[in-house]
Design a protein around this ligand. Sequence first.
Ligand code: GLN
Length: 432
Amino acid sequence: MDTREIISDIRENDKNLNSFIILDTEGLAGKNRASGGVLAGRRIAVKSNMCVEGLPATCASKTLENYIAPYDAAVVEAVKRNGGLIVGLANMDEFACGASGETSYFGPTQNPRAPGFIPGGSSSGSAAAVSAGLVDIALGSDTGGSIRNPASHCGVAGFKPTYGLVSRYGLIDMAMSLDQIGPLAKDVRDVALMMDVIAGHDHRDGVSLPVGKQDCQFSKNLNPELKGRRLGYAQEFDRLIADGGIRKTIHNAVDNLSSAGAEIVDISLPNLEKSLPTYYLNVYVEFYSATRKFDGRRYGLRIEDACGEEVLRRILLGSYISQKEYSGRYYRKALQARSVIRNELSFAMKDVDVIIGPTVPKLPHKIGTRIDDPMVMYAYDIFTTPVNLAGLPAGSVPAGTVDGIPTGLQVIGKPLGDQTVLDVMHGFQLLG
Ligand code: GLN
């Protein structure tokens, strides 16, 4: 099949899914693509908050509906340099604010594994396109769970690297101290392969870590051996998992890892619950600041005039909290709470290689379910947000299904312990 046929095939199969906002029918993403490389022949989806030169970078918002990216994001350059075929830009929650994929201006995405249910978000289209087999690998972004949450609901693997390991140059930020780009694929080996391509230092991202390309050979070093690995499981997980089926699936996963020779270590994360308010307070303030450039002059429309309800809520709350007289009361507290959570995680990991546990606390809801209380939506993020607050690497790997709906096992690593997380995910996936 040539590129044109591949894309028209995807268009046909995406009709009921809506996992793409833009398909590259004109071949614009082909500019600067190498003819060979480790991604040659692989179909790649890119989340709509990353710049692909010549294509609209919409962030799934009316605000940027007609904004054309003037350059390639660092990760997009890397994909092209390695011969990957970028087929289009994936659907997502508006400006990555959400956990369901329903806040997109371009309509919700279906869950290919559970029709009628949300695929999770905010990298909803990236996970759905992989799950439906429309692409081999997708890029998503994860600020508080947006790669791992949809990976879990759609039955694919998704990985959020250590903060600063993958360049954010050309990513339209949501909350820059938390945002991280990462891959989704069915097989952890493909996740690792994409990490080889996108990880490593980039001087154009101010928080990029000084990690050389030679230290980013994740796929080559992938080691599925589970024997002797020390895996921490927090007692708090059991209380906070809101669904009995998910609890059972995660317990099964833990048992399987233990039978394969891993040592399960009890750990405790007493402040786990505080990660939600801590995360959202940080996000409101950073997101408000990130959106000030969308004032209608340079990029698209004025965001407050064009955005949906959830984005507006965050802008309003962010502006309120940012006002001088409130800053000490909310934001500074949130920063303090953030270091408590970071310290707690680093203490809990002293004695183990990784933490294992659930990715999501509850099953996805039906598309279109009326949710009046934002806390109900935010509740999906309880197990994923602490990881971003601490800047750690973590992935979700399929662990089984509950009533036919997939759910994932989350593996959380130490700073720059990305290889170990991928190893455990791979080892677990091979158990079948
Ligand atoms: N669901 C979380 C939020 O809405 C996470 C979003 C993300 O990771 N981009 O903020």
